[in-house]
Design a binder for this molecule. Structure first.
Ligand SMILES: [Zn+2]
Length: 412
């Protein structure tokens, strides 16, 4: 885009004659190369059918041009947009690789919604790849350029912030959707320990969406897959913001919806130990899955902020990561009631019970760390402060923290 149309004078200034031949040559070359590839991709003809359709569209366009009575200047905007001869030698394999990524995401559901939709339409687009040893993008050939190095830098920052670790050795596979219509329910996604992410390239907050998804990716890869949504989304939003304070995408304060906390404050009721308990306490026991998922971001963001604020950045992060890891256990039985909360990685019980048990277990294991964090705090500030060491005070503290923050949220 952005190319100017040459005037008729330009067309005649000696380029008119020369252009007819290169166009014919290009057409011939395309035919030759395509027939070569038709042989090469024989075993995967179905997959490459879409690519072929695209190639024929180019051929048609070129043929149409030849029949035009006016001398043509090659329309480079159109021809390079769909196909350039330089792309041809490795394009079928890149297209195939992109289709594999699309097919992977096709079968994934996140938060009850399909991760990506309109996949046939998506596969019809011409894809290419951009990569460095740690990141590989699958993106449309006519989209904006992608800087794998820049994203690698961001990934390193995320890993360093979370636990001072390094990013995974395995190359991260990123499917770039050219339009958010292919993922109407989400702006990005990551799954399990697979080093895969998808992003919507047209999202104005792309770099922040990446940070968010990479927090998920890193935690899943290194610590496991948590069954408590508020822990998962709380980590992604809070850590992404800590990596880049200019990030407003992951700033949960900017979202409305703290009304539940406000309501509970006025009614003098507790917020609870999970977002779903919060909804119930606020008189919404029949909240939809989407509502529950939505509140998990805000509840988790506040929960993570509370932990980091209560125990300090070092001990707070260690405690949070241990709670996260506890909620990744494949099997969890309620210590008091004997109820099965998680079985074979599937959550069967309430997330509030998993949360409480995780907090209780982790605080017990962190008694020494909490004590030294408290001593350090007192030495540094000269203030005496009793650090929370039991779950009852923990959830009472969280309740107070969320209610105390309401005026700040309303003002921002
Ligand atoms: Zn998320």
């Amino acid at each position: 885009m952005g190319m100017t149309t040459p005037s008729n004078a330009d067309k005649r200034d000696g380029r008119g004659d020369a252009t007819e031949q290169p166009e014919q040559a290009k057409l011939d070359q395309l035919v030759t190369e395509l027939s070569t590839h038709a042989d090469l991709v024989d075993g995967a003809m179905a997959k490459d059918f879409n690519l072929m359709k695209k190639a024929f569209a180019v051929l048609e366009e070129l043929v149409h041009k030849d029949s035009s009575p006016e001398p043509n200047v090659p329309d480079t905007t159109t021809t390079t947009r769909i196909f350039t001869t330089n792309d041809i030698p490795d394009t079928p394999s890149k297209q195939q690789a992109a289709c594999d990524q699309i097919e992977f995401w096709e079968g994934i559901k996140i938060g009850g919604n399909r991760a990506i939709v309109r996949t046939e339409e998506l596969k019809n687009l011409l894809f290419t790849t951009t990569e460095n040893p740690k990141i590989k993008f699958y993106h449309v050939a006519d989209g904006p350029q992608l800087d794998a190095q820049q994203y690698q830098k961001q990934a390193d920052q995320v890993a360093n912030l979370i636990d001072g670790g390094a990013t995974a050795c395995e190359q991260l596979q990123i499917l770039m959707l050219p339009d958010s219509k292919f993922a109407p329910a989400r702006s990005g996604g990551s799954v399990e320990k697979e080093p895969r992410i998808f992003l919507c390239q047209d999202n104005p907050n792309l770099r922040y969406v990446f940070n968010h998804e990479y927090v998920h990716q890193y935690l899943k890869w290194k610590y496991g897959d948590s069954t408590v949504t508020a822990i998962v989304e709380g980590a992604a939003t809070r850590f992404a913001r800590l990596v880049d304070p200019s990030d407003q995408f992951n700033n949960m304060e900017r979202y409305s919806g703290y009304a539940d906390v406000d309501k509970l404050k006025l009614a003098n009721r507790t917020v609870g130990r999970s977002n779903t308990e919060m909804l119930e306490n606020a008189g919404k026991p029949d909240a939809t899955e989407a509502e529950k998922y939505d509140t998990s971001y805000r509840f988790g963001y506040e929960l993570t902020g509370f932990i980091l604020g209560t125990y300090g950045p070092e001990e707070g992060k260690a405690i949070f990561l241990d709670i996260y890891q506890y909620t990744c256990r494949q099997n969890i039985i309620h210590n008091k009631t004997g109820e099965t909360l998680v079985k074979n990685g599937q959550r069967l019980g309430h997330s509030r019970d998993i949360m409480e048990q995780a907090v209780r277990t982790v605080l017990e294991n962190h008694q020494a760390g909490i004590k030294s964090a408290q001593q350090m705090f007192q030495a540094q500030t000269g203030q005496a402060k009793e650090f929370i060491t039991d779950p009852t005070h923990f959830f009472a503290g969280l309740d107070q923290y969320m209610k105390d923050r309401l005026p700040i949220i309303a003002a921002s």
